[in-house]
Design a protein around this ligand. Structure first.
Ligand code: HEC
Length: 149
């Protein structure tokens, strides 16, 4: 039973067609994507603290956070696809009018954090720093274009 649920949850996370327009209310869609991005930012930030030297390097912690970031990176996007938004959302109108460019930016980030995840398993701090920097650039570039200040 547990396994069936896990498989169903995975299917929902990885099948955009299935996950699309799954939100009854706009408020739910906004809360879902903001929550996913909040968690993503939190775990990404923990790696960032190590990269900047503000936190000690523990390779198992970094690998665990990178794994979570890779998983979380897949979650926000279906909650934008239905075009639902509200006054609390920081999503610019371009998110919904230029879907192809938004998706391209999301894909770039997913690729970069997947690479960070692979590199983090290797445990080499110099390589982690490089991969983290490349991933952070993909966050910034999408925020510059698609997130209101
Ligand atoms: C494809 C575009 C895109 C990419 C890539 C992206 N973001 Fe965002 N991010 C957004 C948008 C749009 C919002 C505003 C969502 C809203 O308020 O509806 C946002 C909001 C956030 C928030 C605020 C969440 C909250 O509490 O409301 C955080 C934190 C965040 N992003 C972190 C990141 C990090 C870290 C990365 C890179 C690993 C990243 N984002 C990559 C588009 C993106």
């Amino acid at each position: 039973m547990k396994l069936t649920l896990a498989v169903a949850a995975l299917a929902a996370a990885f099948a955009p067609a299935l996950a699309q327009a799954q939100f009854a209310k706009a408020d739910d869609a906004v809360e879902y994507r903001q929550s996913a991005l909040f968690l993503l930012g939190n775990h990404f930030g923990r790696i960032g603290a190590v990269v900047k030297g503000d936190a000690p390097f523990n390779k198992d912690d970094v690998a665990r956070n990178a794994e979570l970031v890779a998983t979380l990176s897949k979650l926000p996007w279906p909650a934008f696809e239905g075009g639902q938004t509200n006054g609390k959302s920081k999503a610019k109108p371009e998110v919904f009018s230029d879907k192809a460019k938004f998706k391209e930016a999301a894909d770039k980030m997913e690729t970069a954090v997947a690479k960070l995840n692979t590199v983090a398993k290797g445990g080499d701090l110099a390589s982690i720093k490089t991969a983290f920097g490349e991933a952070a650039q993909t966050c910034k570039s999408c925020h510059d274009n698609f997130r209101a200040k």
